[in-house]
Design a protein around this ligand. Structure first.
Ligand code: ADP
Ligand code: MG
Ligand code: MG
Length: 913
């Protein structure tokens, strides 16, 4: 027997989203729960794949479709293509993962000249029938036949203009008939064929169009951006659903809702509806809808049904739902439900609330939140004391503040975004084809549409600031300007939007970092109690260390000492150290740096006490602390020039009567200063030329510096150990760890360990105490991975530096790769992801696994962590958990993400095992 290509809503397995898509599975589930869903059926994702493979609908599918339609006809008493009581359906896409607005729905399918007459008879409402007809022709024309909206819109607007009408609802049936006729002509002209009259032909074309949309550019881009791979979602299902009408009069409505407030998480009715309208009107933001609370007065009985629907949905799904409904002649139909996409604050609050309400357990409360989402909670907010007056206000559609230059279309946003500009995408309303503009912009501003409009939903999903429906702003995309009253905003002008309250400001307003809510603290404390991985921070200063500690860091996994070198008051000392002609000179410079470094470390240890602090000895090549060659040449040139001027002026002035009364700037002292500066710059230039390396990242850096200039490493080791000794003296518990970078052989470690042993003995006798600390190595070269057992004889801990290890494994330099060929590699599928963003588990990960195994074989209690950027990314964290690391270390703002991801890693490991 053939596989079954389709399932009616009465029979499909509501749990099988892979086969039926999310929308289809939920329509089945709701139907079988007894909720009022219009009759319909789902064509499976497998059928889609078969079609795309063979470019042909599988034999037998259309027979099945006839059978399914016959069942619907029986259930509804209507006939598909019938001259009386015609059955109309919607054709809707839906894959395993919800991709909002990615693939368009066709409504009112089944209309033709004959069924139109039937519909007029049935409803006794020609206006309604023609309205449905013109909507159908346009949607079918656009979605199934690929005709641009503008082709239809221009006719639509022409008829409106001719009739002197503003709102669509004011069109009468003759005008709508006129529009329908024009639309039919448009289709004929554009496709060279008349609009299909046969309703089964319509259905077949529509089904194929949905299938094809799976490989459309929009869908493919979206899947790439969100890493939706075939194991997550493969193919789209097609849902064929009996039409119900929210636009048959004032006892009809259509709306969307959330079972909780997606902005705050509050447990309350939330949503918007429109009386006498069809579903698309709410989503597209053509009319501005009313808050659902008003329905309690306007349609009390339907409101009661809606509250009941909402309660049943949450009780069944144990998850906040985002649902769509239509009220036809007083009867409520549910058309869709899916897990609600909410902002981070709302997800956190609803997790805590639902645990308290007994709806879910703590594990589910953690797992329902995507760790990356928490980044939003660390989103910038506008400084509270700014005195700017908003020039307009829209709806607070997605929280956080954003500032940038206005751009009026997505392509420009992408172009400018590449140059690093911060942008606000400003549109009348957004559509799925604008999606690439969202990625490029910091925030989105629209002049039309509600909190459930496309712009709002997509921005919320991405955690970008969005203000929607700011009706006072007149956006003129063509002239690339926007007007607010008589204020003119041109493309490129700076504006600030506040997605938390809907305010829009001219210019840039300073932002402040957000604070941690009590709810988030509770949630993350649950996460910590489950997670096996500890979370450390990559920080270099006491201030960021305190911030990291307040975000819950349990240590510092990477302190880069060169950041301390770069501070303005230290750089001259560092330069002296580099310019030193011999060891004595270098030691003299280091002696000045030493107390500064020691105090830095002491403050850092205090800020993180009692947790471990891993300090990396100097890593970058020395030339990084010197200006570059061109800059020096310019400066030397300028100084020479200046010297000539001084000399010239002095000579001129000395020929005057009273040379001893020369003004200050022209004395000899001044000249000497310039000569000194010149000499120093010249020395720097010589040093820069001497230090020149073809490939500095593979050159004289890391432990190699420690081998050539032991006095530098010794100074740093002494600073660390004395800082620790001072902490111990004042009874501040500390756990310093000395980490050596770029190691390739155990001999290097043994050598550095000798410095440590000597200095330790000196410091211990000087301070009269015993020091407690660890000595270890970064693992960031391929050789370190393959020789990890040997390294573990000297190293008590390993820390994977996955940035360098990735470069080494791929033999790419990151900058060149990302600027030149990596985008191509990703786009053409040569590489699935950018390995500098997503840890390459198959390649780099394999080396890591080898290093862990070899290292622990040598030293079973070897402590192992990761301090590369990947340490803050949930997928990499999961891998780190699975290969048995002890901790991950990441930048301060990613710590909450990492804490939650570490709990997920543990929970998902158990679920898999
Ligand atoms: P999306 O995936 O973009 O949400 P949907 O398939 O849900 O697209 O449909 C778009 C709009 O059409 C929604 O407002 C939906 O409620 C409405 N709609 C879909 N099917 C029907 C139907 N059978 N009757 C009435 N409205 C429908
Ligand atoms: Mg869709
Ligand atoms: Mg929908």
């Amino acid at each position: 027997m053939n596989p079954q290509y389709s399932y009616s809503f009465n029979s499909g397995d509501g749990k099988n989203k892979a086969l039926l898509g999310g929308k289809g599975a939920n329509l089945c589930e709701m139907t079988q729960l007894g909720l009022n869903v219009p009759p319909g059926f789902v064509i499976t994702t497998q059928t889609c794949l078969l079609y795309l493979e063979n470019k042909l609908l599988p034999a037998g599918l259309l027979d099945e479709v006839h059978q399914q339609i016959a069942d619907i006809e029986r259930a509804t008493g209507k006939t598909f293509g019938g001259a009386s009581e015609p059955l109309l359906v919607s054709v809707r896409s839906g894959s395993a993962i919800s991709m909002p607005g990615m693939m368009d729905t066709i409504l009112n399918l089944g209309l033709n000249k004959q069924t139109l007459t039937g519909l007029i008879e049935m409803t006794d409402d020609p206006r309604f029938a023609y309205d449905a007809y013109r909507r159908f022709i346009q949607l079918f024309g656009k979605v199934a036949l690929g005709i641009e909206d503008e082709k239809f819109d221009s006719h639509f607007n022409e008829v409106k203009r001719a009739a002197g009408i503003k709102a669509d609802v004011a069109l009468n049936s003759e005008q709508l008939q006129e529009i329908s006729n024009r639309f039919l002509k448009v289709v004929h002209e554009e496709t060279g064929k008349p609009f299909p009259e046969d309703v089964y032909e319509q259905l077949e074309i529509a089904i194929k169009a949905v299938f094809n949309s799976w490989l459309g550019k929009r869908a493919v881009d979206y899947r790439r951006e969100f890493h939706i791979t075939p194991d997550v979602a493969n193919g789209t299902a097609v849902n064929i659903v009996t039409m119900v009408f929210g636009n048959m009069g004032d006892d009809c409505a259509t709306g969307v809702g959330f079972t909780r407030n997606p902005g705050t998480g509050a447990n309350e009715m939330y949503g918007e509806y429109l009386v006498n309208a069809q579903g698309e009107d709410v989503v597209a933001g053509i009319r501005t809808p009313k808050p659902v609370q008003e329905m309690a007065q306007e349609m009390p009985e339907q409101y009661r049904q809606l509250v009941e629907l909402r309660n049943k949905l949450e009780a069944h799904y144990h998850e906040v739902q985002d649902y769509e409904y239509t009220i036809e002649r007083g009867v409520l139909y549910c058309l869709q439900t899916r897990n609600g996409k909410m902002n981070a604050a709302a997800m956190v609050k609803s997790s805590i609330d639902m645990v308290k309400e007994g709806l879910i357990d703590k594990e589910r409360a953690l797992l329902r939140i995507n760790p990356e989402l928490l980044e939003q909670l660390l989103l910038p907010q506008l400084a509270r004391n700014h005195h700017n007056q908003p020039i307009a206000q829209g709806l607070p559609a997605s929280p956080g503040a954003a500032c940038g230059k206005c751009v009026f279309d997505a392509d420009t946003a992408v172009r400018l975004g590449k140059t690093g500009e911060e942008l606000i995408l400003v549109r009348e309303e957004t559509k799925p084809e604008d999606i690439h503009g969202f990625f490029a912009a910091q925030g989105v501003l629209t002049s039309r549409g509600g909190k459930t409009s496309h712009a709002a939903v997509v921005a919320r999903g991405m955690g970008k600031a969005c203000v929607a429906g700011a009706e006072d702003i007149k956006v003129d995309v063509r002239s690339r300007i926007a007007m607010v009253g008589d204020i003119l905003i041109k493309e490129g002008d700076l504006i600030t939007i506040d997605g938390s309250n809907g305010n829009i400001y001219l210019g840039r307003i300073p932002t402040i970092p957000p604070s941690f809510s009590e709810e988030l603290k509770t949630l993350l404390s649950w996460a910590d109690s489950i997670a096996k991985l500890r979370v450390h921070a990559n920080v270099d200063t006491p201030e960021t260390a305190r911030l990291a500690a307040s975000y819950g860091a349990k240590g510092i996994g990477l302190c880069r000492t060169e950041r301390m070198f770069n501070a303005a008051d230290r750089l001259p000392l560092v330069v002296d150290m580099i310019l030193a002609q011999n060891t004595e000179e270098r030691e003299a410079a280091l002696a000045k740096l030493f107390p500064i470094q020691r105090d830095d470390f002491q403050q850092l240890f205090e800020a993180m006490s009692p947790h471990p602090v891993t300090v990396r000895l100097l890593d970058p090549p020395m030339h990084e602390f010197l200006p570059n060659e061109h800059q020096l040449l310019d400066e030397i040139d300028a100084l020479k020039h200046y010297l000539t001027i001084i000399k010239g002026q002095r000579v001129t002035l000395e020929t005057l009567a009273k040379p001893h009364e020369l003004p200050a700037p022209f004395n000899r002292l001044n000249e000497e200063v310039v000569i000194d500066a010149l000499a120093k710059k010249q020395m720097m230039l010589n040093k820069v030329l001497e230090l020149y390396e073809v490939n500095p990242m593979l050159g004289h850096r890391g432990v190699r510096l420690g081998m050539s200039y032991p006095e530098i490493y010794r100074m740093q080791i002494r600073s660390i150990l004395e800082a620790a000794a001072r902490c111990v003296k004042q009874k501040t518990p500390v756990e310093p760890e000395i980490m050596v970078p770029q190691v390739i052989t155990a001999q290097e470690l043994i050598k550095v360990r000798q410095y440590v042993d000597e200095i330790q003995a000196e410091v211990e006798s000087q301070y009269k105490l015993k020091l407690n600390f660890k000595f270890g190595t970064m693992i960031e070269t391929v050789r370190a991975c393959t020789r990890a057992d040997r390294l573990a004889t000297t190293a008590a801990f390993f820390s994977f530096g996955t940035n360098d290890l990735t470069q080494a494994t791929f033999s790419f330099s990151r900058e060149d790769a990302e600027n030149k060929f990596l985008p191509l590699y990703e786009e053409s599928g040569l590489l699935q992801d950018n390995p500098f963003e997503t840890l390459d588990v198959e390649g780099v990960g394999r080396l890591m696994k080898m290093a862990v195994e070899l290292g622990r074989k040598q030293r079973p209690d070897l402590k192992i962590g990761i301090c590369g950027e990947h340490g803050g990314h949930p997928r990499s964290i999961r891998f780190c958990h699975n290969i048995g690391l002890n901790y991950v270390s990441c930048s301060a703002p990613r710590i909450p993400i990492a804490r939650l991801a570490a709990a997920h890693a543990k929970l998902l490991e158990e679920a898999a095992g």
